[in-house]
Structure formats: C-alpha cells, structure tokens
Design a protein. Structure first.
Length: 206
C-alpha cells in the first residue's frame, strides 16, 4: 500500500512539472489501472480525477472520466460493507457484554474477558483495523443503605454496572463525519451526542 501511495505522489508531481509531455496521459492512465487492480481504489480514483482535469480531451482523459463512475460505485459498495461490519461488530459486543453481566452481576474489566466464552472470536476491531474503546465504571460509587430499623449508612460500591463503548471512525480520532464519525454506546444503547456523559468521580479502587 505504501509503495502505491508513493507512486501516486510521484505521478501527481510529474503532472505538475511536465503537463505538456505527450507521453504522460497514457502512462498515468496505466498507473491508475494498476492501482485499482491492486485494490487501491481510492488512490486510483484520485489519479483518474487528475487525468480528467489535466487532459479532458485526450483519449485517456475520456476513458478516465468513464472509469470514474465504476470506481465511485466500488467505493460506495465498500463503504456500505464497512458500515454493515461496524453495526454487526457493535451488536455482537453489546450482546457479549450483556451475557457477561447476567452471569457475574457486573461488566468485565476488559473486552478480552469476552473471548471466546461469550461469543467473540477476538477482541472486537473496526473494519479499518483499530479496536473498539471500552471503559467500564461504577455508576454510583457511594451508596446510601437503609437497614430494617430505618437507619441510613454510607458504603462504597465497586460493582462495574455501567460502560462506555466507542468505535472511532476511519480517521481514528474523536468527532468526524461520514465514515470518520464515531459511534458511541452507553450501557448497550447507541447515543446521538458527540461526547459521553461524565463518569462519576472518584471511581473506587478494586
């Protein structure tokens, strides 16, 4: 992948330096085809767009314009598949967390505890390769307890009864739009906010 990225940069640099070279369109078009054949569809699309922009009337520019429709469809389908995989991964993780809580009365300290007994073959990762971020916590670290005589006392609660789960988008950073947008989950429910609600602090030591 890195080699093709460097190749693309070199091609674009050549375009900027020698736009009148009659040999360029054919070679660049071939480079774009090779990028696509190697699975680098986004890079191929970028190079095709540059060919269309620089050489709109040349045969290569006309062919590149036609090929762009196909490349855009390929990218659209790949994006839809990534979205499907993300939804499936999050659902499976939520379900595994629920089953663990039903058995132990609290959520696990890490997602590794869900593998493989609770339905996960591995620690869940997004289609673009990074793991989901998971943070279990105690929703009420300090509890008031009333005994049979009506007397109230304070005790520390250490049960991990809540969690935050996030799948960062393709930019692997907070925020973003489209495929770069994050998916935030609180206790099994996907929330629409861009930030998690605060975790009660201080959390008890375990």
């Amino acid at each position: 992948m890195f080699r093709f990225f460097i190749q693309l940069l070199c091609c674009l640099a050549v375009l900027g330096c020698f736009p009148s070279d009659p040999r360029l369109p054919e070679g660049l078009y071939q480079d774009a085809l090779e990028l696509n054949q190697a699975g680098q569809t986004a890079e191929s699309k970028a190079l095709m767009e540059e060919i269309v922009r620089r050489f709109p009337e040349r045969p290569e520019g006309i062919m590149a314009r036609q090929d762009l429709f196909t490349l855009e469809e390929i990218l659209r389908r790949a994006e839809e598949e990534d979205r499907r995989q993300v939804r499936s991964t999050i659902r499976a993780t939520i379900d595994a967390l629920r089953r663990y809580r039903d058995r132990f009365g609290e959520y696990p300290v890490s997602l590794q505890r869900l593998v493989p007994e609770y339905g996960l073959d591995q620690v869940p990762v997004a289609p673009w390769g990074h793991p989901l971020l998971y943070r279990p916590f105690v929703s009420a670290p300090i509890e008031e307890v009333t005994d049979r005589r009506g007397r109230t006392s304070i005790r520390t609660n250490t049960r991990l009864d809540s969690y935050h789960l996030v799948c960062f988008g393709t930019d692997m950073a907070p925020g973003g739009e489209g495929m770069a947008a994050d998916i935030l989950v609180v206790n099994g429910a996907i929330i629409q906010e861009s930030h998690f609600p605060p975790i009660p602090s201080p959390q008890p030591l375990r």
